[in-house]
Design a protein around this ligand. Structure first.
Ligand code: SF4
Length: 279
């Protein structure tokens, strides 16, 4: 198993729940936890890179198997040899554990228990690396997810909260989610009040045009509202189209020029947020 920055195949390690990737973002090896091996998500983002994505929730999680896989992988990764053999020079360090799979991780049950299990397993290897929850945030208003967020927060956790658009129409068009912006705001509040939270935003051209001015204004207005209401946010992770979409809309999507992202990032920074675009 030779890892590279371009190879993000979740089957690379041959495991169900655990997949290591060399991450340019992390600057080393990120241990992915895929709680959605059934490729099920309650969103259907037009840029989603999951092949065979279906609507739905994570299947029941086999906690014993998750623990076995993570323990086995950490034994290999922290022992001698694996890094040298499988990871390119310059990236040979474990950087984080990311709940980031082929669907929405917070739909997995029992979310708080499995977060505890991952945190405890990492601690048993004396790993002090952050736990990152990459989430669309849509379930953050439920008590069961909030318990999990509290466990994450107590274990060096952060959330990356997906917010691509800030109008009902934009959210429907990009994420194919009917919840709308009011629900997205409530979910953002429920998340950021519990755990250090970064907003994660993907911008791209569609049918030859970038997001409309009205969409951008609504998005910036939501960020301004968060600032004015003193919602504790860490900053904004602004992404272009990184990898190929596996959704039917893929042919209509295109990467925007870096200057376009830089310009938007500048407007986000002008609101007082940290923001560095990732092209
Ligand atoms: S939230 Fe993530 S997994 Fe779900 S459809 Fe969007 S990009 Fe895909």
């Amino acid at each position: 198993m030779r890892l590279s920055i371009s190879n993000h195949d979740r089957d690379l390690a041959g495991l169900i729940y655990v997949y290591p990737v060399v991450s340019r973002r992390a600057g080393g090896v990120s241990i992915g936890i895929n709680l959605n091996p059934n490729n099920a998500c309650n969103y259907r983002c037009v840029y989603c890179q999951v092949p065979g994505l279906i609507r739905g929730s994570a299947p029941p999680i086999d906690l014993n198997l998750l623990e076995t896989e993570l323990t086995a992988f950490l034994e290999i990764a922290t022992g001698g040899g694996w890094m040298e053999e499988c990871v390119p020079e310059g990236s040979r360090v474990l950087k984080d554990i990311a709940f980031s799979g082929n669907g929405e991780p917070t739909s997995a049950e029992p979310f708080d228990e499995l977060v505890s299990l991952v945190a405890n397993t990492a601690q048993s290897f004396n790993l002090e690396i952050p736990l990152i929850l990459i989430t669309n945030g849509s379930l953050a208003s439920s008590a069961r997810v909030q318990r999990g967020l509290d466990v994450l927060a107590a274990n060096n956790g952060v959330a990356w909260f997906k917010l691509d658009r800030a109008t009902d129409e934009g959210i429907r068009e990009v994420n194919d989610w009917p919840g709308g912006v009011d629900a997205a705001w409530k979910n953002l509040v429920a998340t950021a009040q519990r755990i250090p939270t970064w907003i994660q935003t993907c911008v791209f051209g569609r049918d030859g045009s970038p997001p409309s001015d009205a969409e951008i204004e609504a998005y910036l207005a939501l960020l301004a509202r968060a600032r004015d209401e003193e919602l504790p946010l860490e900053g904004v992770l602004l992404y272009g189209l990184a990898r190929e979409s596996h959704q039917p809309e893929a042919p209509s999507l295109e990467r925007l020029p870096l200057e376009w992202l830089e310009e938007l990032a500048e407007r986000i920074r002008a609101l007082g947020y940290i923001c560095n675009p990732h092209h």
